[in-house]
Design a protein around this ligand. Structure first.
Ligand SMILES: [Ca+2]
Length: 495
């Protein structure tokens, strides 16, 4: 079979333009498929040197592709024409319904397990659901036929495969340890991380190179047992460190260690000073908020009560409103040119409206929960309740992502967002403070205490919490409110 595989987000965590750490069992599964004689096609939006890096990274992990961004090796490419892939299976994290993980892919492609499941009638409707999503349409029957044909000699093959793997290991795995000198849950960006290597006396080592996330850090022309890797240029969150060891016999081996980095910045503590108290609809379960040209635009949540509305800031008059169909739970909103985009919580569906008429222009799909949404004018910036921030183009295709970390670790539950002058301000679900972070580094820059804004009756509420950040660039004032609050506050940030 021809199996097309996406790279960023599927084989590795999406850190484009960098290369994230391999997804659990990704290379093991691909290698096993390759050994069975399937043709693997790398099908990715990467091009040029970024594409070369991805191919090299896969080569290092034992994967040679039959074709790269082509249907077959000899295919003449025409960059101007977008082509469709002619593979039997297309494995992509952006498939509808999301990516089930490589262990699930392996389970389904492993005839032994699969056959047992068929025999025992264990494949339930849920399992079939994602299988259909993963291997689109009629391919299911094809796969079952293929798996059945493989089953007969499966045991023998597996035995041989394991033996070959063990042989390979004893031949090439000469360095017995590559690890950080100190065991820490979190390291700090900017600090050097010390590593140590161990190998038996019988092994001759010619040279070494260290890498962080596939970028070369340092070359050593003599073997060293202790070395340090600088981290000032690395993102917060998970980073993969590698030492490439060249042995005297010409063989090369790679050793990896994955470590997490927290921010080296202590967030500046700010307060908010109320300049003006405005009315806010106490039935509005605020999930999205932004300001433009004298109007507050608000998206509200709860199934059956979700809406999009436009309010005149000065008069408080409701200018336009739109109720969402009852099955949708409205979430973050942002203006984008002459449009408004509104997320929904778990339906993986976003709505694009005409800003003036509120008429629905289009629907978009995305593969995660929808929480907050804002824009820097070009990219859409989206949260999903985790510590991850996604950057999307207007068609909702992901162009990158970052993790948000402060000097203690990841900041999860990122909710409503507002991009202001190179920073992103974010509500943190069920917290009475707002943070700002750099959309480049993901490091938290400020922490703004908003506890004084929380209405007395909602001080202990887990539901009617601080949420909603809008900004007027003219007055340089923020508008803050909360879910079902009777007031919205115009505030300035003060020390
Ligand atoms: Ca906002």
């Amino acid at each position: 079979m021809k199996i097309a595989v996406d790279f960023d987000g599927t084989i590795v965590e999406n850190r484009f333009p960098g290369i994230g750490k391999p997804k659990l069992f990704a290379f093991e599964t691909l290698e096993a498929l390759q050994k069975k004689g399937h043709d693997l096609i790398l099908w990715t939006y990467r091009s040029g040197s970024k594409l070369d890096e991805a191919v090299a990274f896969c080569q290092e992990h034992g994967i040679e592709f039959y074709a790269v961004n082509k249907n077959f090796p000899e295919e003449a490419e025409d960059e101007r024409v977008s082509r469709k892939i002619a593979a039997d299976i297309y494995i992509d994290d952006r498939n509808l319904g999301g990516f089930p993980g490589w262990s699930e892919v392996w389970k389904m492609l492993n005839p032994e397990v699969y056959q047992d499941d068929i025999n025992l009638g264990k494949i339930n409707k849920k399992g079939m659901g994602w299988l259909k999503r993963l291997f689109s349409r009629t391919l299911l029957l094809l796969i079952v036929a293929f798996l059945a044909s493989c089953t007969a000699n499966q045991k023998e093959e597996k035995g041989q495969g394991q033996a070959a793997e063990e042989k390979e290991k004893t031949t090439y795995d000469k360095v017995v340890a590559f690890r950080a000198k100190q065991t820490k849950d979190l390291y700090t960006t900017g600090q050097d991380i010390g590593f140590q290597l161990e190998w038996p006396d019988t092994v001759g080592i010619d040279s070494m190179k260290t890498y962080a996330n596939t970028r070369l850090k340092e070359s050593f022309y003599e073997p060293v047992q202790e070395l340090a890797i600088t981290t000032g240029d690395l993102p917060v969150g998970t980073n993969t460190f590698k030492v490439e060891v060249w042995l005297d016999n010409g063989h090369r081996e790679n050793h990896y260690q994955t470590l997490r980095l927290k921010s080296d910045i202590t967030p500046e503590k700010l307060d908010c000073r109320v300049v003006r108290t405005l009315d806010h609809d106490p039935t509005a379960f605020t999930q999205g908020l932004y300001y433009e040209d004298g109007y507050i635009y608000e998206g509200t949540g709860k199934r059956g009560a979700s809406s999009l509305r436009k309010v005149d800031l000065e008069t408080g008059e409701l200018v336009s409103s739109l109720a969402l169909p009852a099955e949708y739970f409205g979430e973050g909103i942002t203006g984008y040119g002459d449009k408004i985009i509104q997320l929904t919580w778990t339906s993986r569906t976003g709505f694009i409206y005409d800003k003036e008429s509120f008429s629905l222009i289009n629907k978009v799909r995305y593969p995660t929960e929808g929480w907050g949404l804002t824009t820097d004018g070009k990219k859409l910036i989206m949260s999903d309740g985790s510590a991850t921030i996604y950057f999307l183009n207007p068609n909702f295709n992901e162009t990158g992502r970052i993790k948000v970390y402060d000097d203690q670790g990841p900041v999860r539950m990122l909710n409503e967002l507002e991009y202001v002058n190179g920073k992103v301000y974010a509500n943190v679900y069920q917290q009475d403070y707002i943070i700002s972070f750099s959309p480049e580094s993901g490091k938290v820059l400020e922490k703004i205490d908003c506890s004084k804004l929380v209405p007395e009756k909602y001080k202990n509420s887990r539901e009617n919490v601080l949420n909603g950040i809008a900004y007027d660039p003219e007055s340089q004032m923020f508008f803050l409110t909360g879910k079902r609050w009777s007031n919205m506050y115009q505030v300035e940030l003060v020390e």
